[in-house]
Design a protein around this ligand. Structure first.
Ligand code: SAM
Ligand code: SF4
Ligand code: SF4
Length: 337
């Protein structure tokens, strides 16, 4: 196992397969237009496959496919099938906005995908439209209804924003329970792309617990799953849910994650400003040992604890929009969350 300077293992890889998206969520892609990664730079499945093998060789055993919207990537089940065959991968998951999930769910399951998480911030059509600048809520709900029986243990991720959707915690909880899904409420983060972020929009874990407790009665902590970022809780009726307190109580000390962008840049922290270019060596004929050696060196030197640093700095100084416009790699939709 490979450890960094805080004794954090390299274990969890978020694989972004595209930076394109069919939604425009206000906390991720609020701008009217974006600088997209050049198509010729997007890694082919063979290239992703080879890099994944190198990561597995260094200790990665969990991969999450993300984006942008990963289901926009044509033939995604083919990539899933390649990855699912790797004995070293203990967990193969997908995070999606759900718009294209209903027609894809069965093929993804057949290809060997283990788990699915759908992002869902509201159940109200007008709000969905205001939040995502699209009217696809119906297709998202259909995606969840279709995928829930195919992927037992389906998860729903909800970014909670004050004055926007913080009055929907109970309806969203009920919706998740109805589908046998586990919901996770995520604190709004000041990541690249979240140019409308402000501290007063953040609904903290404590507030979320107080709100739910007032409705349901006493809530009991049940501990985390593995190195997952969510703290998990149980309602009096036994329903389990999670809260990801990335903003008010970050979990950087246990962070085992890194992210590969669709064009082959390897980023560690979500807040990191530079990644390691893997596409260049990959396409330039570097052998496996050379690439693995570079990965080893970067992880070994890792010291970043981005969300803790943001908290300590009082969340001052979002990445300026001009910088985001110049470098798509700084954006949440390129990093894959
Ligand atoms: N498009 C897919 C989706 O939305 O599920 C996958 C990519 S998206 C970048 C991954 C996750 O990042 C989503 O669950 C989204 O809600 C989350 N996210 C994006 N911006 C965020 C922010 N400012 N704060 C908290 N979570 C955010
Ligand atoms: Fe929304 Fe995900 Fe698309 Fe970002 S990448 S705009 S979070 S659907
Ligand atoms: Fe890991 Fe960075 Fe997120 Fe902290 S902010 S948990 S170090 S990715």
């Amino acid at each position: 196992m490979l450890y960094d300077q805080h004794h954090r293992p390299l274990r969890n890889l978020r694989l972004s397969v595209t930076d394109r998206c069919n939604l425009r969520c206000s906390y991720c892609m609020p701008e009217p237009d974006y600088l997209w990664l050049p198509r010729e730079d997007i890694l082919q499945f063979e290239e992703i496959d080879r890099l994944t093998d190198l990561f597995i060789g260094l200790g990665v055993d969990k991969v999450r496919l993300t984006g942008g919207e990963p289901l926009l990537r044509r033939d995604l089940p083919d990539l899933v099938a390649r990855l699912a065959q790797k004995p070293g991968l203990r967990d193969l998951a997908l995070t999606t906005n759900g718009v294209l999930l209903a027609p894809a769910a069965a093929a993804l399951k057949a290809a060997g995908l283990h788990r699915v998480t759908v992002s869902l911030d509201t159940l109200q059509a007008d709000r969905f439209e205001a939040l995502t600048r699209s009217n696809e809520l119906g297709r998202v709900l259909e995606g969840i209804a279709t995928a829930a029986p195919i992927f037992p243990g389906l998860k729903l991720d909800t970014v909670v924003m004050r004055g926007i959707n913080d009055d929907e915690l109970v309806p969203l909880m009920a919706f998740a329970r109805h589908h046998g899904a586990e919901i996770r409420f995520i604190e709004y983060m000041d990541v690249g792309g979240a140019t409308h972020w402000s501290p007063d929009r953040v609904v903290s874990r404590d507030e979320i617990l107080a709100h739910l407790g007032a409705h349901y009665g006493p809530i009991v902590p049940v501990g985390k799953q593995d190195s997952a970022p969510a703290d998990r809780y149980r309602l009096p009726d036994g329903t389990i849910f999670g809260i990801v307190s990335s903003t008010t109580a970050p979990f950087c000390a246990a962070c085992d994650r890194s992210r590969l962008t669709a064009d082959g840049q390897w980023f560690l922290c979500l807040y990191g400003s530079r990644g390691l270019d893997l596409r260049g060596p990959l396409r330039g004929g570097a052998d496996d040992e050379a690439i693995a050696g570079a990965l080893r060196g970067v992880w070994h030197a890792r010291t970043d604890r981005g969300a803790e640093a943001r908290l300590a700095a009082g969340h001052r100084g979002l990445i300026p929009v001009d910088s985001l416009r110049r470098d798509p790699h700084l954006e949440m939709h390129t990093r894959g969350g």
